[in-house]
Write a protein that binds this ligand. Structure first.
Ligand SMILES: C[S@@+](CC[C@H](N)C(=O)[O-])C[C@H]1O[C@@H](n2cnc3c(N)ncnc32)[C@H](O)[C@@H]1O
Length: 294
């Protein structure tokens, strides 16, 4: 039986017991939620001239990724290409750190958002993008969308000698029932306290409803490459100098959290809680990170 079907059959009492265990770190945060001051953003992305504040809250998802990516970059001003850069949060942060970044995306709306925030974004469908040699190519949550062999081969072809391909992605196809139980308990806890607004459809709505959370929906109508396939493809193209399994579920909370200090703190706390649960073996890690050196 597929893991999602198993998850759907976990009785409600199991989730309730999980909720009643101990005092959640969220308890301390909830009382502050209604006393929020208007948000002052602290991200490095906000320092970019012309960059509006991250009022949509999306940037809160990129800070964890930025920490990872920075560890594997030479000091600025190295040259980088970010493939599938979306709204450009990561590219903006890297630009502020002194890197010369070209964010590429095939979605014209994403490209106009990035340009409106001062980024040198290119509209192109990877791998149809030509570039002079760069120090690193970054795929943040974009590789699973692509034809991975062609995408990685092209990334490799535009790297300088000893350049790097840095990937952050997820292993969505492998999510076990135990991880969905953990996530559902978390969502119930936040929802009950009124600090997180549940979506009416999509992955989290299905997790909460006990429906098959991996069922296709309007948000995710695309083929998703498996983590195993991404890893195999990368390992075949060079030396993997980093490989890790990390927290990822916390990202899904962003749209339902307030764009306030308390909302941000709840997201940060969720990341810490998810990371802690992974470290003790209580939670299976959804996130995958790889760094390839050519
Ligand atoms: C899940 S979003 C990730 C956005 C951003 N990197 C992030 O981490 O938030 C995937 C992005 O990849 C872009 N994309 C999908 N296929 C692409 C392709 N062939 N070439 C360039 N971008 C692509 C989509 O338009 C979208 O912006």
């Amino acid at each position: 039986m597929w893991v999602c079907e198993v998850a759907a059959r976990i009785p409600w009492e199991v989730f309730s017991r999980a909720n009643s265990r101990g005092i959640s770190p969220y308890e301390r945060l909830v009382s502050a939620a209604e006393a929020d001051e208007p948000l002052t953003m602290k991200s490095s992305a906000d320092a970019l001239p012309g960059l509006p504040s991250r009022s949509d809250g999306e940037g809160r998802r990129s800070d964890h990724t930025l920490e990872f990516v920075r560890q594997f970059l030479p000091a600025g001003p190295a040259t980088l290409v970010e493939v599938g850069a979306g709204a450009g949060e990561l590219s903006a942060s890297l630009t502020n750190l002194g890197y010369s970044v070209v964010p590429v995306d095939s979605d014209p709306d994403a490209v106009s958002i990035m340009r409106s925030r001062g980024l040198n974004a290119v509209l192109a469908s990877w791998p149809a993008y030509e570039s002079s040699p760069v120090d690193a190519v970054i795929f943040s949550r974009s590789l699973h969308h692509l034809s991975i062999d062609a995408a990685v081969t092209h990334a490799r072809s535009i790297l300088v000698p000893a350049g790097r391909i840095i990937v952050e992605d997820f292993a969505f196809a492998d999510v076990p029932a135990m991880a969905l139980s953990w996530l559902r308990a978390l969502l119930v806890r936040l929802g009950e306290r009124g600090v997180w607004k549940a979506p009416s459809e999509g992955f989290l709505a299905n997790v909460l409803a006990g429906a098959d959370p991996c069922a296709p929906n309007a948000e995710d109508q695309h083929e998703i490459a498996s983590a195993e396939a991404m890893r195999e493809c990368l390992a075949a193209q060079g030396r993997l100098i980093h490989e890790s399994r990390v927290a990822y579920f916390y990202r899904y909370l962003v749209p339902g959290l307030s764009d306030t200090p308390s909302g941000h703190e709840i997201l940060d706390q969720t990341l810490r809680e998810e990371t802690g649960a992974i470290a003790t073996g209580a939670l299976w890690p959804l996130g995958r990170r790889w760094v390839l050196r050519t």
